[in-house]
Design a protein around this ligand. Structure first.
Ligand SMILES: [Zn+2]
Length: 372
């Protein structure tokens, strides 16, 4: 979820739009304009376009409303909500921590579909009232009511990563008292739904010759099964890394290079000889920043001799850093969020060490293999 536009913020929650959403927005608007053009041929094209865009925006608002409902309840339960991202399959609210009690898990999941049903009721009521007075508005809100029913019902399918899957996890968790077991059950259910959609899509493509809908279903199925698997892996990773702190896994023998070193010298006497990819510029006590292979590659080779490492380094202020006591989860989350391969461990403006993505992945793999 990195390539996203920032729309603004509500209740202190950042609202982001993933680029894939723009494609869906265009497709939905396009098909709505065509739908209204077919339904109301007597109206001018400008009217078709305005109704299409209005319906599309309200659809977009409906998805946002659903995610805000999840976020609002999560905040009420005391969980921090970082952002809401709208993307090709709808939206996702990034709640900072996992629910600590099954009841919270169940209600935070359930309120999303409930809010969509509520919207469907409101649009349905407007549809009912406007049926005789305005055919155009009635048609638009009628469509919105159906879409919201569809959104709520699809999300209630009891498999992760869907809301219904979270409800299922909450229920199994409540019954068994075991959150991991519950995650496994809900993730397996999510995978099954994914395979079911893929089969259904294959059937549409080959038996019914319905290529577009078939491919779309297969795409949804593939997404669901992948996300379900991701939920299981994430849980196992968390279990493997429980209680491990950043300072325990950081590398402390980071090579230091002087700020004025030229890139040419840096490459020839450090980068090509040490096998490391990341260096501290300045000194451990007074670090100015980090320089990595990636920074060097941004400069054309013929400029290496007259460019200093300081000119291309990531200044300390821009570095994504954690405290020595930070959890590994936090480190992984930062790497994912900012797409960086190195996280600095910093205390009192001193770099204590570095954690690299590859090193961390090896560590998690070792722990998972030993646990299995
Ligand atoms: Zn939801």
């Amino acid at each position: 979820m990195r390539v996203a536009l920032r729309l603004g913020s509500i209740f202190g929650i950042t609202i982001l739009v993933h680029f894939s959403w723009l494609l869906i927005f265009a497709l939905v608007t396009f098909s709505l304009v065509a739908k209204f053009a077919g339904q109301f041929p007597q109206l001018p094209q400008a009217a078709h376009i305005s109704i299409g865009v209005a319906a599309s925006l309200l659809f977009f608002g409906s998805v946002l409303f659903h995610e805000l409902a999840h976020s609002w309840l999560a905040l009420r339960y005391g969980y921090a909500v970082r952002s809401i991202t709208l993307f090709v399959f709808g939206g996702v609210a990034e709640i900072k921590e996992e629910a600590k009690q099954p009841a919270a898990e169940i209600w935070i999941a359930l309120i999303g579909p409930l809010s969509s049903y509520l919207l469907a009721l409101i649009f349905g009521a407007i549809w009912y009232v406007t049926q005789t007075s305005s055919a155009v508005i009635s048609s638009m809100v009628g469509w919105l009511a159906l879409v919201n029913v569809g959104l709520a019902t699809f999300n209630l399918l009891p498999g992760l990563p869907l809301d219904g899957g979270r409800v299922l996890r909450g229920i199994v968790w409540k019954v068994t008292g075991n959150r991991e077991r519950a995650t496994q059950v809900a993730a397996s259910a999510g995978r099954l739904f994914g395979y079911f959609f893929i089969l259904q899509g294959l059937f549409l493509v080959f038996a019914s010759q319905n290529l577009a809908n078939g491919l779309w279903l297969m795409f949804i199925g593939w997404f669901l099964s992948n996300a379900a698997e991701g939920a299981r892996v994430q849980m196992e990773t968390q279990r493997a890394m429980t209680g491990v702190q950043a300072r325990q896994v950081m590398t402390t023998d980071c090579p230091v290079v002087a700020a004025g070193t030229s890139l040419l010298e840096f490459v020839e006497s450090h980068l090509l000889l040490s096998g490391r990819r990341c260096f501290i510029v300045g000194s451990f006590e007074q670090p100015r920043g980090l320089v990595t292979l990636t920074d060097v590659r941004k400069v054309p080779r013929h400029d290496w001799a007259n460019t200093s490492v300081q000119a291309v380094m990531q200044p300390l202020a821009n570095l994504h850093a954690v405290a020595p006591t930070a959890s590994i989860e936090e480190v992984l989350r930062l790497m994912e969020q900012y797409d960086v391969a190195q996280i600095a461990v910093v205390e009192d403006e001193r770099v204590l060490g570095l954690i690299g993505r590859e090193q961390l992945l090896y560590l998690i793999r070792n722990r998972l293999e030993l646990a299995a």
